[in-house]
Design a protein around this ligand. Structure first.
Ligand SMILES: Nc1ncnc2c1ncn2[C@@H]1O[C@H](COP(=O)(O)OP(=O)(O)O)[C@@H](O)[C@H]1O
Ligand SMILES: NC(=O)OP(=O)(O)O
Length: 319
C-alpha cells in the first residue's frame, strides 16, 4: 500500500455559484480528475468533503415545503442527507474518471457518524456558517422571519446563518473505514464533518449541529494512522498578511511558527483558521505532515512538493 492520505475537499471542489445537482456533479467530475492523480501516484486515498452550502440550502427547502404530515427533518438528518448526496456524486464522478484512466479502483461512501460531547460549549454558541451568502438587507429580513436563528458576516464574503459546530472526539465508523482502506478501496467518509452524535448509554443520539470538515478529517486521519492530511481549498498556499501588498507565501512551516501567526490573527475564523488549526493538531499529535494547497495544484504537490507543508520542526523557506 502507498502513502495513506486523507484529503479534505473545500467548497470550491463541489459548488461555486450554480447550486443545481448537475452543476455540482460537473464540478465534482473536475475534482475527481485531480484526485485520481493521487491514485496514479500509488497513494491510498481517503476522501472527505464539506457540506456547508448544501446543508443550509436543504434546510431552506425543508422550511419552504414542510407541512404537518410532511415535517422538516432535524439538522443531523439533513447532514446525513447531504453526506449521502455528495458521496453519491463523488463516487459516481470517481468511477467515471477511474474508467477513463483505465484504472482498477473501487470507491465507496460510508455514512459516517462523528462523536461530539454534549457538554461542548459550541452548542450554546453557533459559529459554523451554512447555506447561501446574503447581503445585509436579506440577512436582516431572514433574522426578522427567524428570530431564533443567528446570522454573521462570513470572512468578508456576505452574511450567512450560523449553527453550533462542536469539536469531533471520535469517528464511529473508524473500523469500517480501516477495513475499506486495508482492502485497497477508496472511502469517502466524514462528509460534511460527519453526522454529529452523542453517546447516551448504548444509544448514539443525533445532535443539531454541523461539524467542521477540516477538524473531522483531522480526527479521522489520526484514528486511521494516516501518513498525511491534505486540505484542498481555493488558494495555492497559506499566506501571512493575506491579500495585502506585503503578503508572504508559507511554503514549509513549523507548527510553532503557525501558532505565532494564529496569535497575530493572520487567519480568518470560519475560513483559513480551522484549516490551520486542524493541520497543526494533526502534525503535533502524530509527528506526520499536513498540507494546505489548491485542488488544481495536486500535480504540483505530488511532483514538486508545492503548497504549504506543515511540519513539527522546519527550516523556514518562506518568501
Ligand atoms: N491567511 C490566509 N491565507 C490564505 N487564504 C486565506 C487566508 N485567510 C483567509 N483566506 C481565505 O480562506 C479561503 C479558504 O477558506 P474557505 O473558502 O472557507 O474554505 P473551503 O475551501 O473549505 O470552502 C481561501 O480561499 C482564502 O480566500
Ligand atoms: N461541514 C463543513 O465544514 O462544511 P464546509 O467546509 O462546506 O463549510
Amino acid at each position: 500500500m502507498g502513502r495513506k492520505i486523507v484529503v479534505a475537499l473545500g467548497g470550491n471542489a463541489i459548488l461555486s455559484k450554480d447550486a443545481s445537482a448537475a452543476a455540482q456533479q460537473r464540478a465534482l467530475l473536475e475534482t475527481a480528475r485531480q484526485l485520481v492523480k493521487f491514485i496514479e501516484n500509488g497513494d491510498q486515498l481517503i476522501i472527505s468533503h464539506g457540506n456547508g452550502p448544501q446543508v443550509g440550502n436543504l434546510l431552506l427547502q425543508q422550511a419552504a415545503g414542510s407541512t404537518q404530515d410532511n415535517p422538516e427533518m432535524p439538522l443531523d438528518s439533513c447532514v446525513a442527507m447531504t453526506q449521502g448526496t455528495i458521496g453519491y456524486w463523488m463516487q459516481n464522478a470517481m468511477n467515471q474518471v477511474i474508467r477513463e484512466r483505465g484504472l482498477d479502483q473501487a470507491v465507496a461512501t460510508v455514512v459516517t457518524q462523528v462523536e461530539v460531547s454534549s457538554d461542548d460549549p459550541a452548542f450554546g454558541q453557533p459559529t459554523k456558517p451554512i447555506g447561501p451568502f446574503m447581503n445585509k438587507a436579506e440577512a436582516d429580513l431572514a433574522q426578522k422571519q427567524n428570530p431564533e436563528f443567528k446570522f454573521i458576516e462570513d470572512a468578508g464574503r456576505g452574511y450567512r446563518r450560523v449553527v453550533p459546530s462542536p469539536k469531533p472526539i471520535g469517528v464511529i465508523e473508524t473500523a469500517a473505514v480501516n477495513t475499506l482502506v486495508d482492502a485497497g478501496i477508496v472511502p469517502i467518509t466524514v462528509g460534511g464533518g460527519g453526522i454529529p452524535v452523542v453517546r447516551d448509554g448504548n444509544r448514539l443520539v443525533g445532535k443539531e449541529a454541523v461539524i467542521d470538515k477540516d477538524f473531522a478529517s483531522e480526527k479521522l486521519a489520526e484514528l486511521i494512522d494516516a501518513d498525511a492530511l491534505i486540505i484542498l481549498t481555493a488558494v495555492d498556499n497559506i499566506y501571512v498578511n493575506f491579500n495585502q501588498p506585503n503578503q508572504k507565501k508559507l511554503k514549509r512551516v513549523s507548527t510553532v511558527e503557525l501558532g505565532r501567526y494564529i496569535e497575530q490573527k493572520q487567519f480568518a475564523p470560519g475560513s483559513m483558521l480551522p484549516k490551520v488549526e486542524a493541520a497543526v493538531d494533526f502534525v503535533n499529535t502524530t509527528g506526520k505532515e499536513a498540507v494546505v494547497t489548491a485542488l488544481d495544484n495536486i500535480e504540483g504537490f505530488i511532483k514538486e512538493g508545492e503548497g504549504t507543508v506543515i511540519v513539527k520542526q522546519s527550516v523556514s523557506t518562506n518568501v
